[in-house]
Design a protein around this ligand. Structure first.
Ligand code: NAG
Ligand code: NAG
Ligand code: NAG
Length: 368
């Protein structure tokens, strides 16, 4: 992973060197904690959150590096390296980001690493390029702060699968209306003391009723998607087990007018076999997004949703590498790595940048 990051940096360095302006670097070094840089970084993190298909939203933790390129004829491009941290808010949860808190070290935190190019022109920010991946904290580090804390556990772990099933059954039994089915296991931990399993998962309302369902596979998600986010705990006891579950069911998400609801079975939700990076998302900036040619994606209010049914088998978290599906914007053509933008010589580099170590910037939460 590190080597990949390094490679990227090298590629970018190469880009700088070969910038067509013989006289100096073509970019300006600025402080990572410069307010303008922070604004660009927050735009980038918002963009990340708006294009997440699985798992949890992220918050900015630290701006690692920044270069500012002057773009011809106008504007500047911030080339950013950002550290983020996973929050407790699922991507489908409409809670404002400001109200989301980061996962603490004791909950087995997950860190994201992102590269962004953000254009600022006339006070408007546009993301030109983005790429992220994420990693959970190491088991040793978690053990250091908390020897009895549960570590992130693979989604296909027998206890996890069992706990999710028991919790979902319990939830559906309490709920004598719509039958909800599993769409994603988001997080799981086997806890040593008391011996128990913690899970967080996403469910969605189907066209079956809870009492009548015989074969969940035959239940289809509603055209107007209604998701819920559940947390459950299964305690293994001598005499058996005890499951508790709490679900937060979100508002229905209206079907975009352009999508044909008449056809039999909204196959999109059922068909996709365990593909874990969902079909390319639709840029929510595009008004109404009618020609969403990917059947597995759907524009819903402020959020893009494309949820394949099964969780990726052996993962312990939803890596941003797959969960984040950036949309190629007009400027970035195919979404491939863009080279450094066209640059003109910044007026004031060269002479004026002395010694101060400007980066990395401050840590907002904690460093993994
Ligand atoms: C978010 O936090 C603000 C301020 O603390 C509070 O007033 C508001 O109710 C919270 N919103 C949600 C959805 O939790
Ligand atoms: C669910 O069942 C309870 C008690 O059996 C009943 O009072 C309630 O009206 C039912 N709710 C729905 C939505 O059917
Ligand atoms: C989980 O998935 C991995 C990879 O597919 C597999 O090797 C492992 O045996 C699975 N574990 C269980 C408990 O099914």
């Amino acid at each position: 992973m590190k080597s990949l990051v390094l490679l990227l940096c090298l590629a970018q360095l190469w880009g700088c060197q070969s910038a067509p302006h013989g006289t100096g670097q073509g970019f300006k070094e600025v402080a990572c904690d410069d307010p303008e840089v922070e604004r660009a970084a927050l735009v980038a993190v918002n963009y990340l959150n708006q294009h997440l298909l699985h798992g949890f939203r992220h918050l900015l933790n630290r701006i690692d590096k920044v270069k500012v390129w002057f773009r011809r004829p106008l504007g500047v491009v911030y080339e950013l390296e950002l550290d983020t941290l996973e929050t407790t808010c699922h991507v489908l949860d409409p809670t404002p980001l400001a109200n989301c808190s980061v996962r603490q070290l004791t909950e087995h935190a997950v860190e994201g690493d992102c590269d962004f190019h953000v254009l600022e022109q006339d006070g408007q920010f546009t993301v030109l390029y983005s790429q992220c991946h994420s990693n959970p904290d190491s088991a040793e580090d978690v053990r250091k702060v908390c020897p009895t804390c549960g570590l992130l556990t693979p989604f296909n772990d027998t206890n996890v699968v069992h706990t999710v099933k028991a919790a979902l059954d319990a939830f559906n039994a309490q709920n004598n209306g719509t039958y909800f089915k599993l769409v994603e296991i988001s997080r799981a931990q086997n806890v040593p003391l008391p011996v128990s399993t913690l899970v967080e998962f996403v469910v969605a309302a189907t066209d079956c009723t809870a009492q009548e369902v015989t074969d969940p596979a035959k239940c289809n998600l509603l055209a107007e998607k209604q998701y819920g986010f559940c947390k459950a705990n299964l305690v293994h006891k001598l005499g058996g087990e005890e499951v508790s579950v709490a679900c937060k069911v979100f508002q229905k998400q209206p079907q975009p007018a352009s999508v044909n609801t008449a056809g039999p079975a909204p196959a999109v939700d059922q068909a996709a076999p365990a593909v874990d990076q969902a079909a390319p998302a639709v840029d929510q900036a595009a008004p109404a997004g009618p020609q969403a040619d990917s059947p597995a994606s759907l524009v819903v209010g402020p959020m893009v949703v494309a949820v394949p049914p099964g969780p990726p088998a052996h993962r312990t978290h939803h890596d941003l590498r797959h969960a984040f599906s950036p949309v190629a914007s007009v400027e970035s053509a195919s979404g491939e790595v863009v080279g450094p933008p066209k640059v003109v010589q910044p007026g004031s580099t060269g002479a004026a940048s002395p010694v101060v170590p400007l980066c990395p910037g401050r840590v907002r939460h904690f460093k993994i």
